[in-house]
Write a protein that binds this ligand. Sequence first.
Ligand code: GLA
Length: 327
Amino acid sequence: MPSTLRTARAPGRVNLIGDHTDYTGGLVLPMAINLETRLTFEAAPHDERPTVISADGDPNTARYVDAVFAELRDSGMNPTPLRGTLTTTLPVGAGLSSSAALESALALSFGAPHATENDRVQLARILQHAEQRAVGVPCGIMDQLICLVGRADHAMLIDCDTLDAAPVPLPSGVEVVVRFVAERTLAGSAYSDRVAQCAAAEQLIGPLRHADLEAAMTISDDVIRRRARHVISENIRVREFATALTSHDMPLAGELMYDSHRSLATQFDVSTTQMDSLVDELRNTPGVIGARMTGGGFGGCIVALVEHGVDIPGWRVSASSGASLVE
Ligand code: GLA
């Protein structure tokens, strides 16, 4: 029987606001972007191990293939082995979730259900575990979820406690520019430390999602107090930012992005001097509405909201739909 070639596509993401909130069930506002990963594949015999060749020779691909296959199998989803080839327009290691895109493309190709919103939310949970299995970092669910539930022309306001995702239209006349700063460094252990520090804060004042800044101020340990302050204030900013976008209050949206950056830099200690100076530079650039570091930090990218047509260097990205099988 001649085998049939099919292709799955899965987008990367950029987070407009709400970083280091997802793993305490907080709020995030990412968008899936038009930089994406494609996996062209054919089904393989049931007793064969899935094999994927990556066009750019990324040595980490096999780890993700094995992790996604194993997590789907452990969740009772009966994944189908495949032979596939991978291409991507996403820069790897830049903090635009090339790994969540890879995981999602793999999952759809292995035959994971993804027809309904609920299927996609369940799948995001499985892929979050696959990421943890592949790299041993206790990541939250934002990257996998936005990669699966993204919508064209919209950012998504995601409640990482209930996993509800509400589309927020991006105002016309506004563009999103992503500027690569540096390959991420130390992301693994430093990220795990932040997760542990937030858990320590929750031991003292309960779930950060429901705590207020006053409660955070009662924490005597300086580091734990600052971590809590960031998370609590960031959740507030995400809501205000979503409202600002909806009501086209761009000056407010911009200020909230700068506030978010400052909080990530001074309370959460995940920025770098290079990222801080780029955000300062953008703040003084005409036509830039707001800018901040995006994602886990320690390198990666800056995201900026700019007025239409403003010419600053970087990738001009548009909001795209979640992962799908295309042919
Ligand atoms: C990484 C993780 C996400 C999230 C961000 C920070 O991208 O994978 O789960 O925690 O960092 O917002």
